[in-house]
Write a protein that binds this ligand. Structure first.
Ligand code: MN
Ligand code: MN
Length: 464
């Protein structure tokens, strides 16, 4: 092949390169620094409430203050609004007013898990259990025989709230959902994987020692008295509680080369943290930078803390009013990166993906032009110009990115909440970190992709 032929190929063909061939040592060190911080954030954020709390602590350390109606908003002002402890909006006021639109990044901080039922506690065969109801799309068989911990809040009859965390510390007990031994699992193993573990069998084993008296439900009484000693709660208090069983694995590096991160809840705290870190480093943006950490994405983004909530408008209309700008003008000129994870091509399961269009580990931030299923049904298909905007920003700033697609045509697919932002008349596109074993109790991402998503967010706030 002659040089001119080779040059013509370089000029005309789109070729993707492994990210590690595209960064220097200095950036490699920056990547490790960023990922170390992300790992700490993820370890401390096991629920949406904790992700919001950690987010606020981080933002306050970087100069953000609670937003109050009527406060002076000058370029560079950093504010946040805590939506009921379950969702968070941060903003850095831009040099241009909001009629020029805002640069919005929106991730979610809820993750698949097992919620306790409202009357969860029971005893069977002198073992005590808590009944659960799963939240989000899970493969139930993945949640048995792994250590689980319990996080959440109990709203008391007296009006106070008690925070519950059991199992996070190394020396604390964990919980488990048991499964059948293979020796007796012949019928279970012959079932479809969706049927192997029944939803009503997802009960946490929480105790086995009976209370020292002659009455009934002695083991239940013993564990209830332990809970009462620790939290001052009674069985009735479960009625107004929100308690979530989540995997008790610590976040850790994966691989001999330590290039991957394993942990619970990468979807979507990995994008939430990228946005958070990026907006905290944004000082005087041209356009106002907005970072949303929403709840309820895994169940449809409904409710007051979800992405469909008018809480978003409530804050934006208030910011606009302070600048005497109409909300409709602001939205018309805004741009939203709906920051969420995408599926990473898994060589163990190549049959569900189309290799040319699937996102690959270590190839950077994944941009998803559309999702949906069948003929893109239910998708907010981002316009070419919208993709083009990110493409230009990323090319100008050395952000390594790739196109992502959720599986082969007609393989399955899924909705996206991009449409909830787009329906508000805001140009919106999905972008985020490719994930292996998404929605499993222990998901895997690449450090390189985490870092590039953060770098992408930072430059989006700076240059759009
Ligand atoms: Mn997600
Ligand atoms: Mn998800």
């Amino acid at each position: 092949m002659s040089d001119s032929e080779k040059n013509l190929r370089d000029e005309l063909f789109y070729t993707q390169k492994n990210g590690y061939d595209l960064i220097d040592t200095e950036e490699r060190l920056e990547l490790e620094r960023y990922c170390g911080e992300y790992m700490s954030y993820l370890n401390a954020s096991r629920t949406e409430r904790e992700a919001v709390r950690e987010g606020i602590a981080y933002a306050e350390s970087k100069g953000f203050v609670p937003y109050t109606e009527g406060m002076p908003l000058t370029p560079g002002t950093k504010v946040y609004l805590n939506n009921r402890g379950k969702a968070l909006l941060l903003a850095v006021i831009g040099l241009k007013d909001l009629s020029f639109g805002a640069n919005i990044a929106a991730a979610h901080v809820d993750a698949p898990r097992l919620d306790l039922k409202q009357i969860p506690l029971y005893e069977d065969s002198e073992l005590a259990y808590l009944k659960t109801h799963y939240y989000g799309g899970i493969k139930k068989y993945q949640w048995v025989t792994i250590p689980l911990e319990l996080h959440g809040v109990v709203s008391l009859r007296s009006g106070g709230t008690v925070e519950v965390v059991i199992g996070r510390e190394k020396d604390e007990p964990k919980f488990v959902i048991t499964d059948l031994l293979p020796h007796l699992g012949k019928e279970q193993m012959a079932k479809a994987a969706t049927q192997g573990i029944a939803g009503e069998n997802q009960s946490l084993l929480i105790g086995s020692v009976p209370y020292a008296d002659e009455g009934s439900d002695r083991v239940k009484l013993a564990v209830m008295s332990l809970l009462h000693d620790r939290y001052g709660i009674t069985e009735e208090d479960f009625l107004s509680a929100e308690l979530e069983a989540v995997p008790a694995f610590d976040v850790c590096e994966i691989g001999l080369d330590r290039s991957l991160i394993g942990g619970y809840g990468h979807d979507d705290r990995v994008c939430a943290y990228a946005e958070l870190a990026a907006i905290c480093e944004t000082e005087l943006p041209e356009r106002t930078a907005v970072c949303i950490l929403a709840d309820k994405e895994e169940v449809g983004s409904m409710g007051v803390s979800g992405m469909q909530s008018r809480a978003f408008e409530a804050v934006m209309v208030s910011l606009c009013a302070a600048q005497k700008v109409a909300l409709r003008a602001c939205f018309w000129n805004s741009f939203c990166v709906r920051a969420d994870v995408c599926n990473a091509f898994d060589p163990l399961y190549p049959e569900v993906c189309e290799k040319r269009n699937a996102a690959k580990i270590n190839y950077g931030m994944g941009i998803c032009k559309f999702t949906g299923s069948g003929g893109k049904s239910g998708s907010s298909d981002a316009a070419a110009e919208v993709v083009g905007t990110l493409r230009r920003i990323f090319a100008d700033n050395g952000v390594v990115w790739q196109m992502a697609e959720l599986g082969k045509v007609d393989q399955g697919g899924g909705g996206t909440v991009a449409l909830y932002m787009a329906n508000r008349n805001i140009d919106t596109i999905d972008a985020g970190v490719p994930v292996l074993s998404m929605h499993a109790p222990f998901e895997t991402v690449s450090k390189f992709d985490c870092y590039m998503t953060y770098k992408g967010m930072k430059n989006f706030y700076k240059d759009r």
